[in-house]
Ligand binder design. Structure first.
Ligand code: PLP
Length: 382
């Protein structure tokens, strides 16, 4: 079935499935137990942490395995709220994922958030951020690496450098970047979160990278697991599968990013010809090779999604996490789309196995669906 919703989640990569099953069979013991079998799991766990540190260019002792990005983000804001001065403000990119938007609001309140200026494509304006940091107007910053709805890439390397200069904590949500673009460099960026199921790993496994020189960080209290940063028995099979999927992506897949970009560009031309009046959201910005956000000329996105689903093409109305929430996507609002435009936006997100023929078939499926979701089709039905 043609699957174009990889930003919501990905199927388990065969190599990850193999690693998961092997770990369940051979390394299922509790790594904290005082036995030789447990010690062997501990060794594998340490090796996984070291391998992840190598992939990111970071330090093993700063990596905490957890259940995924949402957990990581919530723990980071809880820690910042407890340790930053009471009046300190956080500079936040307004196009972040709901887990960042909701968690920062819960921990800091609207009054202590400075929404960062973005271009009309949703890219953080570096000069304005630099000025806020230099003036001490924000004490910490959250800017994602790649946007889940539009695919827009943020200049996170520069943001990290600015923050380092003034010693401001920086949180970079790398959930959509990892496994699609090279992750090396993220290790030097500060606080990082990621989720395995976005890059061919299993659900419920992820990681948080802690910034250097952080004291007293506890994602959750309990045992002394994860160097004391997160109590709770480690999900070693999930961690093994996470590493298998990410290692495969980093060593064999991300090299083909430029080639894959051509598939996306071909689709963008095809869809604009097949459904005249279609616009690509943030078309001018640098974007992930797999993601296209389409503003369609007519018809609500839920109807497009249903019609495409009937043809066996799976796409999305936007952030899977926003599905069921009332109101337009904050990402599209930040890009200046009116609420009635936001309702016509469909997100398409390909995978590494998507071919040129697959992209072409999707454009044809949109053309088939177009008359069925047109205003005329509404009139006939009602
Ligand atoms: N951040 C981004 C950019 C995402 O796309 C997602 C998931 O869609 C998340 C965070 C949350 O990931 P999870 O649901 O695995 O915690």
């Amino acid at each position: 079935m043609p699957y174009f919703d990889h930003n919501a989640t990905t199927p388990l990569a065969p190599i990850a499935r193999e690693a998961w099953l092997r770990a369940q069979d051979e390394a299922w013991h509790n790594p904290s137990s005082p036995t030789r079998a447990a010690a062997r799991v501990r060794i594998r766990l340490d090796a996984a942490r070291e391998r992840l540190a190598i992939l990111l260019g970071g330090e093993p002792k700063r990596l905490v395995f957890n259940s995924g990005a949402t957990e990581g983000v919530n723990a980071v804001f809880a820690y910042w709220a407890a340790t930053l001065p009471p009046a300190a403000r956080v500079g936040v990119n307004p196009t972040e994922h709901p887990c960042v938007l909701e968690a920062v609001r819960a921990h800091f309140g609207e009054a202590r958030i400075t929404w960062l200026a973005v271009t009309r494509d949703g890219v953080v304006v570096l000069e304005k951020l630099a000025a806020l940091l230099a003036a001490g107007d924000v004490a910490a910053v959250a800017v994602m690496a790649a946007n889940n709805e539009t695919g827009v890439l943020q200049p996170w390397t520069q943001v990290a450098a600015f923050c380092r200069r003034v010693r401001a904590p920086f949180l970079c949500d790398a959930t959509q970047w990892l496994g699609k673009l090279p992750g090396s460099g993220l290790g030097a960026a500060g606080w990082i979160v990621g989720s395995a199921h976005k890059f061919g790993g299993p659900k419920g496994a992820g990681f948080l990278q802690i910034a250097p020189d952080v004291d007293g960080f506890h994602a959750q209290l309990g045992g002394a697991q994860e160097h004391g940063h997160r109590g709770g028995t480690e999900n070693y099979p999930g961690i093994a599968a996470l590493l298998a999927a990410l290692t495969e992506a980093e060593t064999t897949k991300v090299l083909f990013e430029t080639e894959r970009l051509r598939g996306r560009e071909g689709f963008e031309h095809a869809i604009c010809a097949a459904v005249p009046g279609t616009r690509v959201v943030a078309a001018e910005a640098e974007r992930l090779w797999n993601t296209v956000s389409l503003l369609l000329p007519h018809g609500e996105n839920v109807r497009w999604v249903a019609r495409l689903d009937k043809q066996d093409f799976q796409v999305s109305t936007g952030s899977a996490c926003a599905t069921g929430k009332a109101g337009p996507s904050p990402v599209l609002a930040a890009l200046g789309l009116a609420p009635d435009e936001a309702k016509r936006v469909v997100r398409v997100s390909a995978g590494w196995d998507t071919t040129g023929a697959g992209w072409a078939a999707l454009a044809a499926a949109f053309a088939t669906a177009a008359p069925e979701v047109s205003p005329a089709a509404n009139v006939v039905k009602s």
